[in-house]
Design a protein around this ligand. Structure first.
Ligand code: SR1
Ligand code: MG
Length: 396
C-alpha cells in the first residue's frame, strides 16, 4: 500500500479513529522485509502502526517470502502478550487479504540498537527481557503444556520460508565462501583462515543447523536482535516476531547476548573519553551477565511453579534441561556474531565504525568470540562464562 492507500484502508476497514479524524500517514519502516506505516489523527494525536508484508523482501526482490509471515507475527504477538503481559505491542487486527496487521504505536520508545549506539543505559532491560524469555520459552514447551496442544502450536507456527532465510543466512552461508556473503575486504583473510578453513567449525555448525531444523522445543521469537526491541527507561517491548516458530529455546537468548556484544564492541571503538568508555563497557558486561543469571534464576523458579509433564520431575532433569538451553544460547550467540560480520545482513554497530583498521579489529573480536561460543558451548553456562569469552576475545 502507498501512504494514501493506508489512509483509505483505515477509513474504510478500521473502527479505531473518530469520524472527524484528520489522518496523516508516513511509511517509517527501516527493516529488511516489510513496510511499516504510522497513522496519526492530527486532531486527537491518537496513532496506530500498520505493518504490511509483501511477497518479496524490502531489501531485495531476490528474497521471495510468503506474506503469511504477517499472520505468524500477529498470532505470535497475541500469544506472547498473554504469556508475558506488557512486553509486546497490542495487536488490534490482522487482515489476511491485505497481509497487514494493526498494532500499538510505540513511538515514545526507541529502537534499542539506536539507543545503545548513543550509549544510553537501561537498568531494567535484563529483568524485562528475562521475564519475556522465560515466559515465552518455558510456557510454550512440552514441560508445561499439553502435548497435543503443543503440536497444534507447532503446526500453527510452521514458518518454512522465514526459517529457510535463517538456515541459509545464519547457519550455512557465513561458513563458506558464498557469493552472497558481504565481507569487509580488510577482514577477508582472517575469515578465510579462522572460519572457512576450520573443519571442526564446519562440523559444529552443521550439527547446530540440524538442531535448529529439528528441535521443536519452544515457540521462539526467531529474530531477537536489538533492532527487534523498542525500549525506554521503564519499558521494554519486543516487536517483529515474524520469524517465530518452534525451535531450540537457546536461540532467542543467544541472539540477545550477541547483540549486546555488538554494542560493547561498538562502544569500545567509538567512545573517546576513557572514563566514559570504561563505565559503558562495564554496564554492557553487567547486562550480559545479568541476562544469563536472571534467566537461570527465573527459569528454575518458573519450572517448579509450572511443569506438568510427569517425567520432567525426575531428579536432575531440570538442571539437564536448563544446561542444554544455555549451551544452545552460547551456540546461537556465536552464530549471530559470525553471520552479522560475514553474511549478507550486517549490523550498524559494526558497519558504522568509520576507521577501517578499527572496523577490521572490531570484526575480528566478534568472529573470535563467535567461534569460541560455538566450539566451547558445552562449557559456557554462567554470566561470567559469557562475559569471559568476550573479554578474552578482546585481549587476543
Ligand atoms: C532477508 S532478511 C535478512 C535478515 O533480516 C532479518 O531481520 C533477519 O535477521 C534476517 O536474517
Ligand atoms: Mg525484523
Amino acid at each position: 500500500m502507498t501512504e494514501q492507500d493506508v489512509i483509505e484502508y483505515v477509513q474504510k476497514k478500521l473502527d479505531i479513529f473518530e469520524q472527524n479524524a484528520e489522518l496523516e500517514c508516513r511509511e517509517i519502516g527501516d527493516g529488511n522485509l516489510n513496510y511499516v506505516f504510522r497513522v496519526v489523527d492530527q486532531n486527537s494525536g491518537q496513532s496506530v502502526i500498520i505493518k504490511q508484508a509483501g511477497p518479496v523482501a524490502r531489501i531485495s526482490d531476490a528474497f521471495k517470502v510468503s506474506p503469511d509471515r504477517n499472520r505468524i507475527e500477529s498470532e505470535a504477538l497475541k500469544l506472547q502478550g498473554e504469556l508475558a503481559p506488557g512486553f509486546v505491542p497490542k495487536v488490534y487486527s490482522y487482515d489476511p487479504i491485505m497481509n497487514c496487521c494493526v498494532m500499538d504505536d510505540l513511538s515514545d520508545h526507541e529502537i534499542m540498537r539506536t539507543a545503545l549506539l548513543k550509549h544510553k543505559k537501561f537498568p531494567l532491560f535484563a529483568d524485562h527481557i528475562t521475564t519475556f524469555l522465560v515466559n515465552t520459552l518455558l510456557l510454550t514447551s512440552d514441560a508445561v503444556i499439553d502435548h497435543k496442544e503443543k503440536k497444534a502450536l507447532v503446526q500453527k507456527f510452521t514458518n518454512p520460508e522465514l526459517c529457510e532465510i535463517t538456515e541459509d543466512l545464519v547457519y550455512t552461508e557465513p561458513f563458506y565462501d558464498c557469493e552472497q556473503n558481504d565481507v569487509f575486504p580488510e577482514t577477508r583473510e582472517f575469515i578465510r583462515e579462522e572460519i572457512w578453513n576450520d573443519s571442526k567449525l564446519a562440523l559444529e555448525t552443521a550439527k547446530l543447523k540440524f538442531d535448529f531444523m529439528t528441535k521443536a522445543q519452544s515457540l521462539l521469537h526467531g529474530d531477537l536482535h536489538t533492532g527487534s526491541i523498542f525500549i525506554k527507561e521503564d519499558s521494554t517491548k519486543i516487536i517483529d516476531p515474524e520469524f517465530a516458530f518452534y525451535g531450540p529455546a537457546g536461540f532467542d537468548i543467544g541472539n540477545v547476548i550477541a547483540n549486546l556484544i555488538f554494542a560493547y564492541v561498538n562502544a569500545s571503538f567509538t567512545i573517546e573519553d576513557q572514563e566514559t568508555k570504561e563505565d559503558y563497557l562495564q554496564y554492557i558486561q553487567q547486562t550480559i551477565s545479568d541476562v544469563i543469571e536472571l534467566f537461570t534464576k527465573k527459569f528454575l523458579h518458573a519450572w517448579d511453579e509450572n511443569i506438568k509433564e510427569r517425567t520432567a520431575s525426575a531428579p536432575s532433569f531440570k538442571e539437564w534441561y536448563l544446561n542444554s538451553i544455555l549451551e544452545d544460547a552460547s551456540a546461537a550467540a556465536g552464530l549471530e556474531l559470525c553471520r552479522r560480520i560475514i553474511g549478507i545482513a550486517h549490523v550498524k554497530d559494526i558497519t558504522s565504525i568509520e576507521n577501517k583498521e578499527s572496523r577490521a579489529l572490531a570484526e575480528k573480536i566478534c568472529l573470535t568470540a563467535g567461534k569460541t561460543f560455538i566450539l566451547e558451548r558445552a562449557n559456557i553456562r554462567t554470566g561470567d562464562d559469557f562475559v569471559n569469552v568476550l573479554l578474552q576475545s578482546v585481549r587476543k
